[in-house]
Write a protein that binds this ligand. Structure first.
Ligand code: NAD
Length: 309
């Protein structure tokens, strides 16, 4: 059965979710309010399908059929009522997500999910009239490559909604974990801890980004290091998550000044070509210029990038 799938937000995650949903046979409406980003999302999806054909992962017919199943929308007002599944993937800001979810709920989706990385589902559900149909549907980046779907069960989420989310994971080829609603859930709370500490270590001059990453890859068998992962996720996204976790758990999640500094310089990671590393032509290089020198500088003023440059 072809399900109607709506994805709101065509950024890093929305594009990935749309790609996987269309590839699983769903008719996907991808909603993006920023016209330029909407166009870029469609180009990226086309590239993904072309590459899958070149690599022999999809036939030209399969890729063409997936492309046919995708439609770009400039706003939720353009979406027909009652999609089977609606996933919100707009930036990690409580007020924005609440507003989008309230508008999305009015379309009466069968299952309503948020791709939030850290915001408690209960805080988002407060904006909803039918919170029993709502849960966290936390996909991982890049969505087509990462097997996990973290399903976050809020206090108002009905058991049927959790069951529907688990069944959806199966239809999308994902392996689910079902977790209790706490800020940062089971994944971001641990993953961001490692990422923030790695940034403090670079600011303190312990080692370059490449060597901190290499230490984790070769010494701890991580598939990629925490700084490369931060570049992949987006430094702005990580900063938003750190702020949510700091509000919930205190200063152990306070973002190091270096992270905020790089974000304010527009070094948002791979998506803009520069973060901890340079990503020209998609190839990782550089990173040494942000190596700090002063021990303990990561927590204090006048630290990090300033000291290093
Ligand atoms: P992003 O900034 O790349 O994309 C968000 C998109 O939403 C932007 O294109 C923006 O224009 C669009 N948008 C904003 N308001 C909108 C609205 N009202 N209607 C439609 N579109 C709107 O962000 P992202 O990295 O894709 O993250 C999205 C969510 O997924 C966040 O909650 C983030 O925490 C979570 N997440 C991110 C990652 C990651 O690796 N980047 C991984 C897992 C979860």
């Amino acid at each position: 059965m072809t399900e109607r799938f709506v994805v709101v937000g065509a950024g890093t995650m929305g594009v990935g979710i749309a790609y996987v949903a269309a590839g699983s046979g769903h008719a996907v409406e991808l909603v993006e309010v920023d016209r330029e980003r909407g166009g870029a999302a469609v180009r990226q999806l086309t590239q993904l399908w072309d590459r899958a054909v070149q690599r022999g992962k999809l036939s030209a017919e399969q890729a063409g059929a997936s492309r046919e199943r995708l439609a770009l929308r400039a706003g939720l007002a353009e979406v027909a009522e009652a999609p089977d599944v609606l996933v919100e993937a707009v930036p990690e800001r409580l007020d924005l997500k609440r507003a989008v979810l309230a508008e999305a709920e009015a379309l009466r989706p069968g299952l309503l999910g948020s791709n939030t990385s850290s915001i408690p589902i209960a805080d988002l559900a407060a904006a909803l009239a039918r919170p029993e149909r709502f849960c966290g549907l936390h996909f991982f980046n890049p969505v087509w490559a990462m097997a996990l779907l973290e399903i976050v069960v809020g206090s108002a989420t009905a058991p049927e909604t959790t069951d529907a989310a688990v069944a959806l994971a199966g239809r999308l080829g994902k392996d689910p974990v079902v977790v209790r609603d706490m800020p940062g859930f089971a994944t971001s709370r641990l993953g961001v801890t490692l990422g923030l500490e790695a940034i403090r270590m670079v600011a303190d001059g312990v080692a370059s980004p490449a060597d901190v990453d290499k230490a984790m890859v070769l010494g701890y068998r991580h598939p990629i290091g925490p700084l490369e992962l931060t570049d992949l996720v987006g430094l702005d996204v990580r900063l938003d998550i750190a702020r949510t976790l700091q509000a919930a758990y205190g200063d152990r999640f306070a973002a190091p000044p270096l992270l905020a500094e790089l974000v304010s310089e527009g070094r948002l990671g791979r998506k803009v070509g520069r973060g901890f590393y340079d990503w020209t032509d998609g190839i990782r290089s550089g990173g040494t210029e942000i190596l700090g020198t002063a021990g303990g500088a990561s927590d204090g003023a006048g630290s990090a990038a300033g000291a290093a440059r």
